[in-house]
Structures are given as structure tokens and as C-alpha cells.
Design a protein around this ligand. Structure first.
Ligand SMILES: [Zn+2]
Length: 200
């Protein structure tokens, strides 16, 4: 176990710039590997074990420059698209979501005291939100532009939050029971919906 002070030191984030000029935020964590994540605002977050020297992390950031730049272009393009008016209206989106939710509800029903209410909102940063206390799941209007299996993944994800509020290992196990290829479907949400033009 880490004492509190050490845990704090490990969690403190540092802004860094790699030799090739890539700006990133480094967080020291008790992780095995060096992990890269491009956030929805385009910033790069890197987490690394405490023992890995800065130099090594900088070098890895530079080595992954092409990946970082592509991921940034993707998230920023998606953010820009989210500023545009959505080509599908709320009632149509809700009908799509409800049809896909029905079989998910059937599977989760034995574990839930009551059926949750499904809502639709044009949200900027999230695909779905689960409010267990209000028994409510809110889905992003733009999710309706994605293929049914991606929508189902988000619905299962939100239902799984009725069992686990966090994103713990146990939570992902619940998701995986229903959607073995959830990783792939989750990745699809980073990109624009493939059927966007057809579904307008
Ligand atoms: Zn979640």
C-alpha cells in the first residue's frame, strides 16, 4: 500500500513538451505500462509508472507522433461535428433507442427494481448518462446516427451502471457478458457515424 503522501505525489500531473514539440500532461500512476489518451478537447494525457524516466516517456511520445496527431484530428473533427445541428430529431431517435433497449431491458430486468426511463438529449461530451437514483438513462441524440450494435453497446453500458456505478473491472465484466466485442464498438464512437448521410 502507498501512504497518502506518496499516492498524492504519484497522482500529480505535470505539463510536458517532448523534444519534437508535442505538449502532453503526464500523470504518474501505479500502472504497468505507459498509456496514451487523447481527450475530447484534443489534449494528450499520458500515464506512466513512477520508475520510468522522463526521457524515456518523451521519446515514446515522439515515436507515437503520427498516432497522436491522427487521434487529435479525429476527436477535434468530431467535436466540430457536434456543433452542427443534428440531422435526426428527438422523437425519431427515441424510437430507435427504445427498440434497441427492449432486449437489453429483458436481460437486466431480474436485477433491477423498476424499468428505467429512457431520455434523449443533444449532449456535447457524452454518449450516455445513467442516473440510478432517478432510474433514468439519457442518451445522446447523435448516437442515433450510429449502427444498431454501437447504440446497443451504449445502452448496455448505461444499464451496467445500475449494477456498478463506476468503471471498475467488475463493471466491464458485466458489459462483456452482454457484448463480448464492446472494445471495438466503443472505439467506433470516436469516429463519425458511417451511415450519417444515409440516415438523414
Ligand atoms: Zn460509464
Amino acid at each position: 500500500m502507498l501512504d497518502k503522501k506518496e499516492a498524492y505525489r504519484l497522482e500529480v500531473s505535470k505539463e510536458r513538451i517532448s523534444p519534437l514539440g508535442i505538449r502532453y500532461e503526464l500523470t504518474r500512476k501505479r500502472v504497468k505500462n505507459i498509456n496514451f489518451r487523447v481527450r475530447s478537447d484534443g489534449t494528450l494525457a499520458v500515464s506512466a509508472p513512477a520508475r520510468v524516466p522522463f526521457k524515456e516517456i518523451d521519446a515514446l511520445v515522439d515515436a507515437r507522433r503520427a498516432w497522436v496527431e491522427k487521434a487529435r484530428r479525429d476527436v477535434l473533427a468530431q467535436a466540430a461535428r457536434r456543433q452542427e445541428p443534428c440531422p435526426i430529431d428527438k422523437s425519431r431517435a427515441l424510437a430507435v433507442f427504445q427498440a434497441l433497449e427492449e432486449p437489453v431491458f429483458q436481460k437486466f430486468a431480474p436485477l433491477l427494481p423498476e424499468r428505467p426511463t429512457l431520455c434523449v438529449r443533444d449532449m456535447k461530451t457524452r454518449w450516455g448518462v445513467c442516473a440510478p437514483a432517478r432510474r433514468r438513462i439519457t442518451l445522446n441524440l447523435r448516437l442515433a446516427l450510429y449502427p444498431p450494435e454501437v447504440i446497443t453497446y451504449v445502452i448496455v453500458h448505461e444499464y451496467a451502471h445500475f449494477i456498478h456505478l463506476n468503471h471498475s473491472k467488475a463493471f466491464w465484466q458485466v458489459v462483456e457478458q452482454h457484448i463480448p466485442n464492446w472494445r471495438e464498438l466503443r472505439r467506433a464512437l470516436r469516429f463519425s457515424p458511417p451511415s450519417e448521410e444515409k440516415s438523414v
